[in-house]
Write a protein that binds this ligand. Structure first.
Ligand SMILES: *[C@@H]1O[C@H](CO)[C@@H](O)[C@H](O)[C@H]1NC(C)=O
Ligand SMILES: *[C@@H]1O[C@H](CO)[C@@H](O)[C@H](O)[C@H]1NC(C)=O
Length: 530
């Protein structure tokens, strides 16, 4: 089966720029391109992949709204010397695309933990908590008792598959933690974070739940050592830093203690990670920072070294794919979100492209006949992409054809709110003007895009995000879906709890000619002729 837009790549390569304008795009160019896409769409009708998903690889771009994807694709193309707009990201070749409505039970614009409960656990939840249904109330331990809901990673483990996750944030941070923890407060990452009276009602911190529930996972990679070790433990990488737990527990050692000693490895730097041979390793815990891992562009500055998200993905797949029963892997590009919160589009886009490298790796190492690959986001951000720049205008640059009505230049990427929103004040603090960006290098990696509303942390946005899917049952993503539907498609595709279609799994029905259909046809024919 051809990926839908594989044919677009060579077409994109014939573009060239003359004097800043794209040439050779007459009617023939667009008609030929559209005909190729149409042919792919027609072929798709005949080749729906109805196999059982033996494996699932799920990518979550935290905060990766559609404007982020568009801008990242342009940056990728421009980094290669092209105009950029015509670039096709790996997941844009996938066979199916749909939209995900991200609102939560209580909020119009959702937090990461609440939305993670939707796409991992299959039910929408309240703000600032995860792994709980709508009975869970913010910071209220009692409300969480009996309200727990499990992620598809836990269900996959129960179904006998190998499981794992990798993130660039702390492994106890809201999105990855929703895979194994149930908490009414996302900030309860170690025991010291929980008020004594709430702990007394029976709530445990997220770090502790990484061993209580998450010991069943075979691969756990990310940052967050400080949430798993006590204040009496010095960090191996930063001698001035200690853990944050106050209960004397070392969750890293406890997690290791749950596994077969000779086939389990703990690594905290790049060299150890590189030395972990997947053939010799059945369980891998990697914690590369006390808090979050670095942004992709800052990784080189880490002396101890840490793997890229693509390297974590490749290692995880190679460890997990030894399991003949299949595996589930969740990968989070967590820091796209953090860069946006800082009004820093450059790092948001470079981390998006780092996650694309990971998706490319996953597609190389898996087979679309038996592996469902999903790429989606938990929510969007307020970054907009506007003005009327020429084709090929630098995506991190200034609008090339005019100024605002205040006579000052502006970037084509901007935020509705955030720390880029500082307004110059006159001596009476009465009249505000926005920043004058004349002669400012807006392409600098640290540049903060302007924002209308000043706010210390830019906010999430409420519009729909995209779901890209390829492999078994990808076509079940076909329209505008509630976000919690995603978990149900995963569970259906892999026959976790939806099983009605699974008795045919021994005879894969790749083209819809399954045994049941043939028997019914024969039966009806015989009846007709008797
Ligand atoms: C930290 O304290 C705990 C509990 O008191 C103890 O078991 C552990 O050995 C201590 N760790 C270090 C490095 O001293
Ligand atoms: C913006 O800065 C430039 C360069 O310093 C200056 O020439 C221009 O007058 C400024 N624009 C406004 C509206 O202040």
């Amino acid at each position: 089966m051809g990926l839908t837009t594989r044919l677009l790549v060579p077409v994109a390569c014939v573009l060239f720029l003359v004097g800043g304008r794209v040439q050779s795009q007459d009617a023939t160019f667009w008609n030929d391109q559209a005909k190729q896409t149409l042919q792919s769409a027609l072929n798709r009708e005949r080749t729906l992949n109805k196999n059982v998903a033996k494996n699932v690889v799920f990518f979550l771009g935290d905060g990766m709204g559609v404007s982020t994807v568009t801008a990242a694709r342009i940056l990728k193309g421009q980094n290669m010397g092209n105009p950029g707009e015509e670039t096709v990201l790996k997941w844009e070749e996938f066979s199916s695309v749909a939209l995900s409505k991200t609102y939560g039970v209580d909020k119009q614009v959702v937090s990461s933990g609440s939305s993670a409960t939707a796409f991992f656990c299959g039910v929408k939840a309240n703000n600032n908590m995860f792994g709980l249904d709508s009975r869970g109330r913010d910071g209220d331990c009692a409300s969480s008792i009996g309200a727990a809901v499990d992620s598809f990673l836990i269900l996959a483990h129960r179904a006998g598959k190998s499981t794992g996750f990798a993130t660039t944030s702390r492994v106890t941070h809201a999105t990855p933690a929703a895979l194994y923890a149930h908490t009414p407060k996302r900030s309860w990452e170690n025991d010291g974070d929980i008020p004594t009276e709430e702990a007394a009602k029976g709530c445990t911190d997220i770090g502790a739940q990484l061993v209580e529930n998450g010991h069943v996972f075979d691969v756990v990679l990310g940052g967050g050592r400080r949430e798993l070790t006590d204040t009496n433990e010095t960090d191996p990488e930063y001698p001035d830093e200690v853990g944050q737990r106050t209960d004397g527990r070392n969750i890293i050692e406890e997690w290791m203690g749950k596994k077969a000693a000779d086939r389990t490895k703990y690594v905290w730097n790049l060299e150890q990670f590189n030395n972990a041979d997947p053939a010799e390793t059945d369980a891998l815990l990697g914690l590369f920072e006390p808090s979050h891992m670095h942004f992709e562009v800052d990784r080189a500055g880490d002396e101890a070294g840490e793997p890229s998200i693509a390297e974590m993905t490749a290692k995880a797949i190679k460890i997990l794919q030894k399991d003949p029963h299949g595996y589930f892997l969740v990968i989070e590009g967590a820091r796209i979100d953090h860069a946006h919160h800082g009004s820093n589009a450059a790092r948001a886009l470079t981390d998006t492209l780092a996650m694309e490298e990971a998706v490319i790796k996953a597609m190389e190492l898996t087979n679309e006949e038996d592996t469902l690959v999903i790429v989606t986001a938990d929510h969007s951000h307020t970054m907009s992409f506007g003005a009327y720049p020429l084709r090929g205008n630098p995506i991190l640059g200034l609008y090339d054809d005019g100024e605002g009505s205040d006579g000052m230049p502006y970037t084509t990427l901007n935020y509705a709110d955030g720390p880029g929103g500082e307004i110059e004040r006159d001596s009476y603090n009465a009249v505000g003007r926005r920043r004058n960006l004349t002669n400012v290098n807006t392409g600098d990696i640290d540049f903060k895009q302007s924002a209308i509303v000043p706010r210390s942390s830019e906010s999430h946005a409420g519009e729909d995000v995209a779901i890209y899917a390829n492999g078994p049952m990808a076509h079940l993503f076909h329209g505008v879906h509630e976000q919690n539907y995603i978990a149900h498609v995963v569970r259906y595709a892999a026959c976790l709890d939806y099983k009605e279609h699974c008795d045919m799994s021994s005879a894969p029905s790749r083209h819809g000619f399954n045994l049941r259909l043939i028997l019914v046809t024969v039966f009806l024919s015989v009846r007709f002729w008797i």
